[in-house]
Design a protein around this ligand. Sequence first.
Ligand code: 5GP
Ligand code: MN
Length: 324
Amino acid sequence: MMDPIINHLKTSKHILVASHTNPDGDAIGSLIAMGLALEALGKKATLYNESPIPTVYRFLPRVDSIVNKLPSDHEFDTTIILDCGELDRIGAAAKQAGQTPALINIDHHTTNDGFGQWRLVDTSACATAEIVYRLIKELNVAFTQELAVCIYTAILTDTGSFRFLNTTSSAFAICDEMVANGVEPYKIAQHVYGTFSIGRLRLLNLALDSIEISLNGKLSMMTVTQRMLKDTETYPEDADGFINYARRIKAVRVAALIQELQNEKGRSNGKRKFHVSLRSDGTVDVADIAASFGGGGHVAAAGFNLDTTLVEMKKTLWQLADKL
Ligand code: 5GP
Ligand code: MN
């Protein structure tokens, strides 16, 4: 499956590499790792992500080379899309990216729609970075410390520090190899988990306080509003990982985090944009639930966006509880 991609990459010259908006550690780690590997092969790589890079990932090497706009005079012969179930997940550049001569889809989401000319989609991979790791091996590129840091961070964060359902023996094996290549686990953990701002801690306080539980105890709901972000002087990325607290509650099978997104002023219909993150204990396929709202993800972690009111949003989610 990998051979045609390897052969193609060896002949390509300028490659666009992109990952999903509101990136997590896997989206950013895989993106930079792919870029470093292509550079090692003597290729020109443009790394693209539409969203700001969360502060906790700004320690990663080459993070400043990621662009949020495509150069107008670009001439990419190939595009690699990472960690996206659908091409649209990269945001506004999707149309342009889809028009490059060769499109490669590298992903591990169960809801991947199979876009692209070539696909390396493996839903058993613990992270997209695992597939990127395999590709880099096949390309015979050495794992420098910089590369190792990116792969390690991606797997560490996508497995929730080796706690989530996708924690496999390859997750440990690859990370062990990355440590042998110079990664210092304590340092990465400090950057990713040990650098909360006081505002972020206060936001966590508000988010914990917002937790509600369904009558049958199987669904928990957490809400983060724009007001909370304003009051604590924080950003949406600061709520990353908070949903895991709602999932930890005994007997809870599905946890939902409703995040109010930034809304244009003067909307008259009272509706607002929301992002909903879903997590399950593994007994419920939340990718399925997210897909029914136009989103996607994995069995135990998924999400979707919806235009509605907060009251309606909650009502819709409470209805899910009865089916659990
Ligand atoms: P979260 O909702 O916590 O940001 O993301 C959980 C998982 O679901 C991630 O793997 C993410 O890529 C996926 N996901 C989140 N939102 C969407 C969406 O709107 N569409 C799709 N296809 N996947 C999503
Ligand atoms: Mn991922």
